[in-house]
Structure formats: structure tokens, C-alpha cells
Design a protein around this ligand. Structure first.
Ligand code: XMP
Length: 333
């Protein structure tokens, strides 16, 4: 039997009861596979790796070692949430690595989008592999692979060309010699979410919008600088807060800020004020292959604009990107 093929008769997990049955089955399977050995997991804080972490904590407790690499390109508060939920509430065996300087030093002066993606992906593997080599007695590597990832790799194996080189922070170190533990590899995203809620993970974590592996690195356009990255992170946090306040967070598939490496002349406190524009992107899609633009009400746009331009150092304009995919991709890089 091909263990990477979802059986045609597999029931969709749509209710807490079905999720509980799935969890019990996977807990038993993981215990049988792992015995008393140790398992390593790259925990990004995204839905998939978080659900795998919670499932494995339930199955094997402290035999799971979670490594959270903060590449300095996370959104505001994200690494803190990983520490809060896994390090504290679930009392996981969590190693937190702040690798911000390593990533930002390597990225300094690099403006070509594919180069940036490759640097971030490769450095992630370097940091993770270094950490893994320091740990003793690890026999397994857990991954948050889900069924669309398997379908995507089948497409790639068939020679279909990708527009961008994607990287998943969920852990891609192919040359690490571990046996894999992939408890959610036959699930679709909506099923992963039902399982996540049944495991007691916070709603905001389980329903988190998609976030690319290279993080804010592909939204701080061109060569990344620390001050522009900081402005982007703060502006993005305001956008998310305002979407939460008016309920758009439940309606819009993905929304974020991008900040280009361009300054325009503005005025603040009666003086010339050169700043970057913050670009809002808010899209709806079912499969991320094409996307439409959300019609954000003007009062919401005005409020976001007023807050970003007054609260975020370095931003003097706010723009709204009305381009669907195609011709734009969802991310700018
Ligand atoms: P694009 O920009 O290609 O994005 O229209 C489609 C969806 O994929 C997300 N994305 C990524 N996800 N690793 C990921 O896991 C990546 O490197 C990556 N790049 C883009 C993007 O946010 C959108 O949801």
C-alpha cells in the first residue's frame, strides 16, 4: 500500500468527535513507531507544525524536542506565542533559537527575490541541522506535511514548473538521517484545523492565515534593512488588529503589508518627511493559484491609514493593491 496516498474511502474529519477518533488512532500509531526514542520537530508556529507538536506532546510528552528558529522575519508576537503556548501552557521540551542576526546579516544588500528565498531556506536548514547535531539520542524527525504538500510534490516530480521556490519552515532538512514521523500527511487543511481545535490549541493559532516560510523577508521588498523591516512588522500588526476589530479577519483569506524600498516626500509636523509607503494586500482564494481582491470598506481603510502613518516610524503613505492573481502573485516577491 502507498502510505502517501489518501484512501478513496477515507472519511473527512469535520467534527470534534471524528477529530478525537483520529487523534486517538495517531497517538497509538506514534507510540508504536517511536517507542521510548526521541523525536525532533521544527516548530514554526504555523498551523501544521503546531498541530503535529500538540499531537506528539499528547503521544510521547517530553520525548518530543521542539526547535523554534526565529529567523527575525516573523510577524509581531509570533515567536512569543510559540513560547507561551508550547513552552509554558503545554510544557513542551522547547528549544528557542533567536537567529535574527544570522539571517539579516546574510540578507544584507541582497535585493533579488529568488536569491533572498534561497538564502532564507538554506540558512534555516543550516541553523536547524546545527541544533540537531548538538542533541543526543534523536531517532526521528516529525514533519507537518499535509496532503496538499504531497500532491504538490507529485506535480513537481511530473515536471510542472513553479513560479517561486517555496520553502516551508516546517522542516526540510533532507540530508538529516532520521526516520520521519508525519501524523497529518493525509489530511487537508480544514481537517488539520478541526484536529487542532480538538487538541485544545488556541483558535487564533489554528485559524491563522497562511504565512510564507521566508516570512516578512518577501514582504520587505528588495534589500532588507532592519529599520524598514521593523516598520513593516509594526504596520502589519496594525492591519491585523484592525481586521480583527471589524471582523474582516474571519472573511479575508490572506491580508498583510508589504513595504517597498522606495521613499516619497511627505510632510509631518509641518516639516518635510521622507518615508516608505505601506502597501495593503487583502486577497480571497480557494487554492492560492488565483486570487481576487477583498473590497475593504473605506472607513476601515481610512482608519488603517491614519493609524499606520501616525504610529509607525518611517511610513508616510498607505496604498491599497487592487491587483488580482493573475497578474500579481499574492506575495510581492
Ligand atoms: P504566491 O505569492 O505564489 O503565493 O501567489 C501563494 C501562496 O503561497 C504562500 N507562499 C508561501 N508559502 N512557503 C510557503 O509555505 C513559501 O516560500 C511561500 N511563498 C508564498 C503565499 O503567502 C500565498 O498564500
Amino acid at each position: 500500500m502507498d502510505t502517501n496516498k489518501r484512501p478513496d474511502n477515507m472519511q473527512r474529519i469535520t467534527t470534534p468527535e471524528l477529530a478525537k477518533a483520529f487523534i486517538d488512532e495517531q497517538v497509538a500509531k506514534v507510540r508504536a513507531q517511536v517507542g521510548n526514542k526521541k523525536v525532533l520537530l521544527a516548530l514554526s508556529g504555523g498551523v501544521d507544525s503546531s498541530v503535529v507538536a500538540a499531537l506528539l506532546i499528547k503521544a510521547i510528552g517530553k520525548q518530543l524536542v521542539c526547535v523554534h528558529v526565529n529567523h527575525g522575519l516573523m510577524r509581531k508576537g509570533e515567536s512569543e506565542q510559540v513560547i507561551e503556548v508550547f513552552g509554558k501552557a503545554l510544557d513542551a521540551n522547547l528549544i528557542y533559537i533567536d537567529a535574527t542576526d544570522r539571517f539579516l546579516d546574510l540578507l544584507a544588500g541582497v535585493s533579488e527575490p529568488e536569491k533572498k528565498r534561497k538564502i532564507i531556506g538554506a540558512e534555516f536548514i543550516n541553523v536547524f541541522a546545527e541544533e540537531a547535531s548538538k542533541l543526543e539520542g534523536i531517532s526521528f524527525l516529525a514533519q507537518g506535511t499535509i496532503y496538499p504538500d504531497i500532491l504538490e510534490s507529485i506535480k513537481q516530480a511530473e515536471g510542472k514548473k513553479a513560479v517561486k521556490s517555496h520553502h516551508n519552515v516546517g522542516g526540510l532538512p533532507e540530508d538529516l538521517q532520521f526516520e520521519l514521523v508525519e501524523p497529518i500527511k493525509l489530511l487537508f487543511k480544514d481537517e488539520v484545523r478541526v484536529v487542532g481545535e480538538a487538541l485544545g490549541l488556541p483558535h487564533a493559532m489554528v485559524y491563522r492565515q497562511p504565512f510564507p516560510g521566508p516570512g516578512l523577508g518577501v514582504r520587505c521588498l528588495g534589500a532588507i534593512t532592519r529599520d524598514r523591516l521593523h516598520a513593516l512588522r509594526e504596520a502589519d500588526a496594525i492591519l491585523r488588529e484592525e481586521f480583527d476589530n471589524c471582523g474582516l479577519n474571519e472573511k479575508v483569506w490572506q491580508y498583510f503589508i508589504a513595504v517597498p524600498d522606495v521613499k516619497s516626500v511627505g510632510v509631518k509636523d509641518e516639516s518635510r518627511y521622507e518615508g516608505w509607503p505601506a502597501i495593503i494586500r487583502a486577497v480571497n482564494t480557494t487554492d492560492a493559484m488565483s486570487a481576487t481582491i477583498e473590497e475593504i470598506p473605506y472607513p476601515v481603510l481610512h482608519k488603517i491609514t491614519a493609524r499606520i502613518t501616525s504610529e509607525v516610524e518611517g511610513i508616510n503613505r498607505v496604498l491599497y493593491d487592487l491587483t488580482p492573481k493573475p497578474t500579481g502573485t499574492i506575495e510581492w516577491e
